[in-house]
Design a binder for this molecule. Structure first.
Ligand SMILES: Cc1cc2nc3c(=O)[nH]c(=O)nc-3n(C[C@H](O)[C@H](O)[C@H](O)COP(=O)(O)OP(=O)(O)OC[C@H]3O[C@@H](n4cnc5c(N)ncnc54)[C@H](O)[C@@H]3O)c2cc1C
Length: 307
């Protein structure tokens, strides 16, 4: 079978890469201890002989079933993938940035408000406001201070949740006047024209407001997960999980499977280990749908080899 892997994130690896890449995992069979990011690297290497087609940075929006029971999976980038079976391994839903709750922010998103930095050069000579108190906010403040005309760091406390070295460097750059600390403040509004920010409004706990003139806002408030369009795909859901037959991982719709954290059945364990076994069960069952005229001969990898 050929496979195409679609994810909203820019990298594969789901929660392991997005939430805890540097944490050691202790319950992966044959690895007494392995970093989450290393596990994903090794899984990618193990999958590579089968040449999966990775379609990243896009969300699956729609699934349509054709009259011949095949499917068309459509993504937010406008890509349509034709397939005979679908395996949903969507965890708790698609990852996306936590957005600051500012009226009208959508108008500025992707033009002068960003939740990640794609090209540092874009900020050269510009006035950049960075909001947040974690590693991303601090690291980008330090990095952009080298090239931006002005860097504001907006945070609601004067303590930062970042590596101690980075916190020291931030303080030093602030003392040298290369970064202006706007603490303890939080974002309360923004204004501008045609998607281009002109001013940001911040407020402190006493309600005192301040306006900052800037060209860009970078907001680093972490990632959120939302079920998103999966709820509209006509599958049996149980508290935002997809109900499956635990022997085959079939959902209520023939040809659509669910595995991993999003799949539910009696006594389900949300573990990576469980997800591996569920993936194998779903693939074995899907084979009959993908190749209905072929008899599947079960073989161990030790006999069959790779690819
Ligand atoms: C801090 C932490 C520590 C953990 N430690 C362990 C541990 O030690 N051992 C263990 O076994 N488990 C651990 N877990 C749990 C483990 O990470 C999860 O069980 C596992 O990641 C589930 O994998 P998954 O593929 O089902 O979902 P996820 O890893 O959540 O991946 C789902 C992916 O689907 C994408 N997605 C969702 N909807 C869409 C859509 N519509 N279009 C495109 N993409 C979409 C998401 O962006 C995401 O990347 C831990 C979890 C956390 C948060």
């Amino acid at each position: 079978m050929k496979s195409c892997v679609i994810d909203t994130l820019e990298v594969i690896g789901g929660q392991c890469n997005a939430l805890y890449p540097e944490k050691p995992i202790y319950d992966i069979p044959a690895h007494p201890k392995i970093l989450a990011s290393e596990l994903i690297e090794m899984l990618e290497a193990q999958a590579s002989p089968f040449a999966p087609n990775y379609q990243l940075n896009q969300r699956v929006e729609k699934i349509v079933k054709n009259s011949d029971d095949s499917f068309v999976v459509s993504t937010s980038k406008g890509i349509n993938i034709e397939c005979k079976a679908i395996i949903i391994a969507a965890g708790c839903g698609a990852f996306g940035p936590n957005r600051p709750p500012l009226a009208g922010i959508q108008e500025f998103e992707g033009k002068s408000v960003f939740y990640a930095v794609k090209s540092k050069a874009e900020f050269a000579g510009k006035k950049v406001a960075i909001a947040g108190g974690g590693d991303s906010a601090v690291d980008w403040a330090i990095s952009l201070a080298e090239i931006a005309a002005k860097v504001f760091v907006i945070h609601r406390r004067d303590k930062f949740r970042c590596a101690p070295d980075s916190a020291d460097k931030l303080k030093q750059l602030a003392a040298e006047g290369k970064i202006e600390m706007v603490v303890p403040f939080q974002l309360s509004g923004l204004s501008g024209n045609s998607g281009k920010i002109e001013k940001i409004e911040v407020v402190n706990l006493d309600g005192a407001k301040q306006e900052l003139e800037c060209d860009y806002l970078l907001a680093f408030f972490g990632l959120a997960m939302e079920l998103g369009p999966i709820a509209n795909w006509g599958l049996n859901l149980n508290k935002n999980h997809i109900e499956v037959d635990s022997t085959t991982m079939r959902s209520s719709e023939s040809g659509i499977y669910a595995i991993g954290d999003i799949a539910t059945y009696s006594n389900k364990l949300k573990l990576i280990l469980t997800g591996f076994a569920e993936a194998a069960a779903a693939c074995h069952d899907a084979y009959k749908i993908v190749f209905p005229d072929q008899v599947f001969h079960f073989e161990y990898s030790t006999s069959k080899g790779v690819a």
